[in-house]
Design a binder for this molecule. Structure first.
Ligand code: CTP
Length: 411
C-alpha cells in the first residue's frame, strides 16, 4: 500500500536498514524504516489517513512516525540528497538519492533496501556488498570517515559483531582503533553514549562485547578504574547464571541492563558514579533513583558479609526497598556463598505478608498511631522467621508488642 501510494504521488519508497538486514539473515524484526525519494511527511500523512492511524511529523527533517491503532510504528524519512556546494550554482544531485542516503549509513550490512513501488515491488537493492558481507560475517564501514562522522558507531560495531557473531573487518578495525586514539568517544552526546551502553548491556552476549570494549580501550573512557579482571568477568558469568535462574523460574522480564550496568561500574565510588551519570545526562530524578538503588544494594552486600546468622527477616529487610534488578547486583557481588538466600528471597521471603493489618489493630481496640508501623514490622519479622504462623498468633503477638512498647515509655 505504501508503495502504491508513493507511486501515485510520484515518489519512490523503500524499506531500509535493520529490517532488510534481518530479513536476509532470517531474524525477526518489527522495526520498519521507510525511506522516501520525495517528501516523506506527505506520504506518511496520506498513509496514516487511510489506515486511521496517528502521525507525528518533523517538518524540518522531513521525517514522520505513523502510529497504528495497535501501537505498531512505522518510521518514514526523506532520502537525504547530497549537494555539491558550488556557490551560486544550482544544487546538483549525485547518484540517486536512495543510494546517497544508504551511503551515509554505518555499516554495509545496514545498507540494503527493498523497493515498495508497485512496478518494482520487492526489488532488493544492495549497492555496497551487504549480502556478501553477511555471507563473510563481517562488520564493515562504507568509508574511512565513518567513525569520525559518528563516533557512536564504535559501540554499534561491537554490538552488531556480538549480536550476529560477526567479525569487525580488518580495515574497519583499524579505523575504529584510530577513532578511539583520537578520543572521539568524548564527543559522543551523553544520552547517545548511554543508550549505546544500554543496548550493549541488553545483548545476550554482552560479556563478549565488554571484553571487546576493554580490548579496544574504550572502557577507560568511562573511568580509569573500569577494568575487567578475570575475577570481575567471573562475577559477570555468575550474575548471568542467577538471571537465567530467575528467568526460568518466573518467566518475567527484568531490565537486566540495570544489573549489568551496576556491576560494570562497581569499582566507582559515589563521586565517580555521579560524574558518570552526569556524563550520561541522566535527569536529576533518574540520577537520584539509580544512585539510591546502587547504594542500597552495596549496603546490603556489606551487611550480608558481616552477618553471622542469616535469618529470613534479615534478608527481607536488606532488600525491601531494593528493586529486583539491584538485588541481583548485590547477589553478584556477595557471590555463590549466599545463593540460597537470594533464591529463597525471590521464591518465598519476598511474598510473605501478614494476615492482619492496621484495621485489625483498630478492631482490637488500639488507636491509630505511628506505633502501628513498628508493630506490623515486628510481626512480619516474626512471621518470616517462623515465630508466629496463624492469624491468631499475629493478634496475640500484636497485643504483646503493644504492651512492651507502652511499657518502654511508662514503666
Ligand atoms: N545508523 C547509522 N549510524 C548510526 C545509527 C544508525 O548509520 N550511528 C543507520 C543504520 O544504517 C541503521 C539505521 O540507521 O540501519 C537505523 O538505526 P537503528 O534503528 O539504530 O539500527 P538498526 O539497524 O535497526 O538496529 P537494531 O536492530 O538494533 O534496531
Amino acid at each position: 500500500e505504501i508503495g502504491e501510494m508513493a507511486q501515485e504521488l510520484g515518489m519512490n519508497a523503500y524499506v531500509v536498514g535493520g529490517f532488510v538486514r534481518d530479513l536476509i539473515m532470517k531474524i525477526e524484526n518489527y522495526d520498519i524504516d521507510i525511506v522516501v525519494e520525495g517528501d516523506a511527511v506527505i506520504l506518511a500523512k496520506k498513509y496514516a489517513k487511510i489506515k486511521g492511524a496517528k502521525v507525528s511529523a518533523h517538518y524540518k527533517f522531513k521525517t514522520a512516525v505513523v502510529i497504528m491503532k495497535d501501537d505498531f510504528r512505522i518510521d518514514f524519512a526523506t532520502a537525504r540528497i547530497e549537494y555539491y556546494d558550488f556557490p551560486a550554482a544550482a544544487p546538483v544531485v549525485e547518484d540517486s538519492s536512495i543510494k546517497t542516503d544508504l551511503y551515509r549509513r554505518d555499516f554495509t550490512i545496514n545498507t540494503m533496501a527493498i523497493k515498495l513501488n508497485k512496478d518494482e515491488f520487492g526489488q532488493l537493492i544492495d549497492y555496497f556488498g551487504a549480502q556478501s558481507d553477511i555471507r563473510d560475517k563481517k562488520i564493515r564501514v562504507l568509508h574511512n570517515l565513518s567513525f569520525v562522522d559518528d563516533p557512536s558507531r564504535i559501540f554499534r560495531a561491537i554490538r552488531f559483531a556480538v549480536r550476529f557473531n560477526f567479525e569487525i573487518g580488518p580495515h574497519t578495525e583499524r579505523l575504529l582503533k584510530h577513532a578511539v586514539n583520537l578520543k572521539l568517544i568524548d564527543r559522543i552526546v551523553g544520552q547517545r553514549l548511554f543508550l549505546e551502553m544500554k543496548y550493549i548491556l541488553s545483548e545476550k552476549d554482552y560479556i563478549k562485547a565488554l571484553k571487546m570494549l576493554q580490548d579496544y580501550e574504550v572502557l577507560k573512557f568511562f573511568h580509569e578504574n573500569i577494568y575487567l579482571s578475570k575475577d570481575r568477568l567471573e562475577d559477570f558469568e555468575y550474575l548471568e547464571k542467577l538471571l537465567n535462574w530467575f528467568n526460568i523460574q518466573f518467566k518475567k522480564e527484568l531490565e537486566v541492563w540495570k544489573t549489568r550496568f551496576s556491576l560494570l561500574f562497581h569499582p566507582l565510588k559515589v563521586a565517580g558514579l555521579q560524574k558518570l551519570m552526569t556524563r550520561f545526562e541522566f535527569t536529576k530524578s533518574y540520577k537520584k533513583h539509580f544512585l539510591t538503588q546502587i547504594l542500597k544494594a552495596r549496603n546490603a552486600a556489606i551487611k550480608f558479609k558481616k552477618q553471622k546468622v542469616i535469618q529470613p527477616s534479615f534478608v527481607y529487610n536488606q532488600f525491601k526497598e531494593v528493586e529486583d534488578e539491584f538485588v541481583f547486583y548485590t547477589a553478584a557481588i556477595i557471590g555463590e556463598k549466599y545463593e540460597e538466600y537470594i533464591k529463597d528471597y525471590f521464591l518465598r521471603i519476598k511474598h510473605v505478608s501478614l494476615e492482619i493489618n492496621g484495621d485489625t489493630l483498630i478492631s482490637l481496640g488500639y488507636k491509630p498511631s505511628k506505633k502501628f508501623k513498628v508493630v506490623l514490622e515486628k510481626l512480619l519479622d516474626m512471621k518470616l522467621d517462623g515465630i508466629i504462623k496463624t492469624m491468631e498468633d499475629e493478634k496475640m503477638m500484636a497485643k504483646k508488642i503493644f504492651e512492651e512498647l507502652s511499657c518502654e515509655r511508662d514503666c
